[in-house]
Write a protein of this length. Sequence first.
Length: 218
Amino acid sequence: MQQKLLSRITCMLLLVLCGAHAASVVAAKRYLTCEGHSAHLSCDYGYIKVLRANYGRTDKTTCSEKRPHHQLSNVHCFQERSLKIMSDRCNGLQSCAVPVVNSVFSDPCVGIYKYLDVFYFCLPYKRSVICEYQEGVISCASGVIFIHYANYGRRDRTTCPHKLATTSDCYFPQTSSLRSRCNGKTSCKLKASNDVFSDPCYGVHKYLEVTYSCRYFE
C-alpha cells in the first residue's frame, strides 16, 4: 500500500516538475543512513530534488544491530524539519553528503537511536552559477523558464573559489523570489549581490546557484 502511494506521488510530482515524458522514465531513489554516519545522495544524470525525508525512527528493525531495546522503543519519532534541511543541502546538486547527526537535524527523540530516510529524484534540470558581484543570464532557446531551486550563499568551498570561501553551510534559498522574477520568461538577467538578496553569511564569498527547466506549452 505504501509503495503504491509513493508511486502515485512520484508520478504526480514528475508531471508537475518535468512533464509526462519525465514521469515515464524517472523513479524516486531511496537512501537510508544510520545515525552517526553520512548520507550520500547522487545523480549520474540530472540534479537532486528531495521528495521527502525523516530523521528519527518509525520501526524497531532499521539500524537496530547491537542496539538495546530502549534505544529502539519509540517508533513515532519524526523531525519535521528533515525535508527542509535536506532540500537546502542537496537540491540542485549532482551529489551531496550530509552528516546524520543531532547537530545537523537536532534531536527529535532523546535517547533513541535514529536514522535518516530520504527519497529523491534525479531530474533533467539546467543549472547556472553566478559568483558574487557578477551578473548572468538564464535562458530558454524554446519554451519558458521555470525555477526549481535557487540559493544565494555557499554550499561548498570549491564553487567560485575565493580566499573568503570559508564555509560550506550558508543556506539562503531564493526559489520563491526568482520564480516571481523569472518564471514564464525566455530569459532572465540575474546579479549575485547582497544588495539584491541581503547577506546571509557576513564575510563569506557567496554565489547564486539556480536550477531550472524550460517548459513547453501546447
